[in-house]
Design a protein around this ligand. Structure first.
Ligand code: FAD
Length: 475
């Protein structure tokens, strides 16, 4: 019997549940990746994520070849491509790992149906997270909607059964990998996929399993300082692993195991538990999305859908200024430039820019969410939606609506010396550390080649409090 392993957001060949299981269950195992035209067709022709996937797929193929197998890569709609490939290879089953996004769930159900109609089995496994769906519940059996008790229950569950983070080895049965057919298949080039190279390589963003390993190795010696360092965008504080989490070039079990072991040996300082908590946030949002698919396009707390956002030409202009880093608030603009130029944005700045768009400009959070979705290398539906609904106060465990970040205070607090701002806005370089956070207060604007503020924060704040009144009324 033979199995086809369909790789999606799990681009690695170690500690991989579906691959491990296929090698256990059958004597011949093929591996495939489908460049999904239903996703790719909608993207601009230069996209850092496509470059990242392309490079990571090549590494998966190279690793599989080392083990005697290969990766079959196709371009098309998986709905037809997977059943067609399964028929071509005459496999008995298709295995993959769970995906929790509503569209992916629907896609997998349709693929499973098509395969089953053809007499083939379909199975999928938990791999992307340590705990999924309804595995972490409250004492009364309810789904959590507040993070801290979820985190505590998550940690307790791991403590009770550490085997959930044990590795799923590939090597023992690697001989069961089907050898490459002849003539040896070639992976499609970016050009064949209809894409041009982005600036990913220029940015030196490491790709594939080797890239993830390199970043994690670089981060581990810094993890003890994570608690404090993570909040300052000019400091190399976080791990920069989000893109690798997104595409599964790393194993979350391996990372959690490493950090838990480090803490058990008394290492990792104050930073390790805080970093672990961030990984739990990721699983929290995946769980929230799974149980509440209405958060795609709608507020987690439906009362917040009664809010009336700014619309029309003026709002469009404000939105464009935000996207194009012309708000006149240096920290906001520097953050948007970081996103536009690199596809990454520091977590503190994601909070600041999201809050600014929603609560200073009065723009619907869904417009910002969509902009991030297009530009973030690490775009993940669950985490992005969770982050935006946190900022708009419409989410589960969100910041209260009356908590409105002051973009100037945030700038003074988290980029006090203006180091991050100067990196992206060299025209403000010569301003003093005091002036740089709100140049219009101190300088003559004209010679700066930098716009004045598009809104005054204090006035915007008042408008936002009025706008959110409706939430109180609905309740
Ligand atoms: P680290 O600080 O090293 O954290 C390690 C890992 O933990 C991250 O790689 C990520 O997988 C996870 N993580 C950290 N913080 C969060 C969080 N708040 N929520 C969920 N998971 C988290 N993260 C995404 O991965 N994709 C997104 O599309 C995304 N959109 C966001 C939008 C907004 C408005 C906000 C406020 C946050 C968003 N985040 C998103 C969460 C967070 O900003 C990024 O995960 C983080 O900045 C990535 O950098 P890092 O890998 O260096 O993080």
């Amino acid at each position: 019997d033979s199995t086809l392993v369909w790789l999606r957001r799990d681009l690695r060949v170690f500690d991989h549940v579906a691959l491990h299981q296929a090698l256990q269950d059958s004597h011949k195992v093929y591996c495939a990746f489908i460049y999904d035209s239903t996703i790719l067709d909608a993207l601009p022709r230069q996209d850092r994520r496509v470059d990242f996937i392309h490079a990571s797929v090549a590494e998966v193929d190279a690793e599989l070849r080392q083990m005697g197998g290969c990766l079959l890569a196709r371009h098309g709609d998986p709905l037809t491509a997977i059943p067609a490939l399964a028929a071509e290879l005459k496999v008995d089953a298709v295995y993959c790992n769970h995906d929790y996004e509503p569209q992916a769930i629907a896609r997998d159900a349709a693929v499973a149906k098509a395969l089953q109609a053809d007499g083939r089995a379909f199975a999928s496994f938990k791999d992307q997270v340590v705990f999924e769906k309804s595995e972490v519940l409250s004492q009364t059996g309810g789904v959590f909607s507040v993070f801290t008790p979820y985190k505590n229950a998550w940690l307790k569950k791991l403590d009770a059964d550490p085997s959930v983070i044990a590795p799923y080895h590939i090597e023992p049965h690697a001989a069961r990998l089907a050898p490459p057919p002849s003539p040896a298949p070639k992976l499609p080039t970016l050009k064949q996929l209809g894409f041009e190279q982005s600036n990913l390589a220029e940015l030196k963003i490491p790709t594939g399993m080797s890239g993830a390993a390199q970043l994690f190795e670089d981060f581990l010696p810094r993890i003890a300082h994570y608690k404090t360092a993570r909040d300052f965008p000019a400091v190399k504080g976080p791990s920069y692993l989000s893109l690798h989490f997104r595409f599964g070039t790393l194993s979350v079990r391996h990372l959690v195991r490493t950090v838990v072991d480090l803490m058990a040996r008394g290492g990792g300082g104050e930073g390790a538990p805080v970093w672990l908590a961030e990984l739990i946030w990721r699983e929290f949002y995946a769980m929230i999305l799974f149980h509440n698919p209405h958060v795609v396009g709608g507020s987690f707390k439906p009362a917040y859908d009664a809010i009336e956002w700014e619309t029309g030409e003026e709002a469009d202009e404000l939105f464009a200024a935000w996207c194009e880093a012309r708000t006149g608030y240096p920290l906001v603009d520097a953050a948007m430039l970081q996103l536009n130029q690199t596809g990454y944005m520091h977590n503190r700045l994601r909070m600041v820019t999201a809050c600014f768009l929603i609560k200073d400009l009065g723009i619907d959070w869904r417009r910002g969410e969509a902009y991030f979705a297009l530009h973030l290398n690490d775009f993940d539906l669950a985490s992005n939606n969770g982050g935006w609904q946190w900022a708009s106060s419409s989410g589960c465990d969100a910041q209260p609506y009356f908590r409105i970040f002051n973009p100037i205070t945030q700038s003074e607090k988290f980029d006090g010396a203006g180091k991050f701002i100067r990196r992206y806005l060299p025209q403000l370089k010569h301003l003093t550390d005091k002036e740089i956070h709100a140049p219009w207060v101190h300088s003559r604007m004209e010679p700066l080649k930098y716009p004045g503020p598009i809104v005054m924060h204090d006035e915007a704040r008042k408008r936002t409090l009025e706008r959110y009144e409706v939430v109180k009324k609905v309740k």
